[in-house]
Ligand binder design. Sequence first.
Ligand SMILES: [Zn+2]
Ligand SMILES: [Zn+2]
Length: 455
Amino acid sequence: MSRLLVRNGTVVDPSQGIHRVMDVLVENGRVAEVRARIDAGDAEVVEAAGFHVAPGFIDIHTHLREPGGEGSETIETGTRAAAAGGFTRIYCMPNTTPVCDSETGVQYVISRAASHGCINVVPVASITKGMLGEELTNFGRLMGCGAGAFSDDGRPVMNAEIMRRALEYTKLLGVPLFEHCEDMNLTAEGHMNEGVVSARLGIKGIPRVSESVMVSRNCALAAATGGHLHVCHVSTRESVHAIREARRNGVRVTAEVSPHHLTMTEDAVLGYNTNAKMKPPLCEKADRDALIEALEDGTIDCIATDHAPHSSQAKDNVFDAAPFGIIGLETAFPVLYTTFVTTKRWTLDFLVEKMTTAPAKVMNADWGTLRPGTQADFSIIELGEPARFERRHIFSKSINSPWIGATMKARIAATFVNGLQVFQHPDVVLAGAGTCEKLAANGTAKPKARKGAKA
Ligand SMILES: [Zn+2]
Ligand SMILES: [Zn+2]
């Protein structure tokens, strides 16, 4: 039997209401016990005194780019970036080449994640064939081979009749429909939020109503069908209002918000910074404030990164020609901790909940906990010490992050999946940890099983 004891860390597990110094014992990849002073016996010991121990984060919105976009990310590099951010389970979007719209596509992601990934990966299959918005995929069959949800993310389902039928089918199957809400006729050739800043910069704007009009339409369709609509990356106050109204009326709608929409505004685009270009675009301070309040009052359920890798070649371009999106796995927790927890707006427990049990609940799953018997997926976190986030801390194949050079007051020291260490921060010393090979940024080192553990 393989045994691992994480000793004297401050365990933060909102699912059990735990926030105190405790030991965590892992046996054969599962949490065996969480309590004060557990006898180590023959277990390997990781000394976590002074560190925090949290359930692994869950991201229900990432882009891994494989197959077809291996120049900007692969399942191997994307899962390593996730592990470096404390994530142990991610849902990857189907807008690859080819689109993940077939059983072969779903099986490919699952088998590559098993052979090359270091964390749990759940494929999201597309709603429509080729994400063309015309013909539904075979939801039942795709779920049968492992698809965890459906989305045409990157493109909206413009046809309301297709959307209605998609909600009806997913209702029968009991899965949410992740919808990227955008009216493409309104966004047209826009590149940033339409307003004072876009006018000053001379960049064609995207009106905020392009999102909220689709949120409202989709909430109406969810109301009519009883299907579960999950709104991706909410970005405007009008969308928040529409979701709040729908929930008040009993509509089955959930929503996520990204770290960048919670922490940045359109002002980040001043200077034509292409790492402030994303869809939906960064909006005004009033939008950002509405998103924060919505997460706090439960209108928005959880945080999701929308990690969107793009090569430097593509991003080092004039603003109008650069692609939309930024990476976000490595920085999600440190950025949100620094912005909201050190300023005392949020408790650490609130932030951990929004990145663990909250996204799990959207999926009707009970992940994101250190409850005994569950798979031992967790991270060890260093809090309080200011440290610069540098390019060498990026494990993604792409570096399109607006946070390079920023000072953050949290670092993921180590991440464990199934009781095996899959990440060790290069600058943080953790006695007993580090049996995985040194994971050099953008290198090819693969995590190794801990001594005596089954791989
Ligand atoms: Zn999207
Ligand atoms: Zn996305």
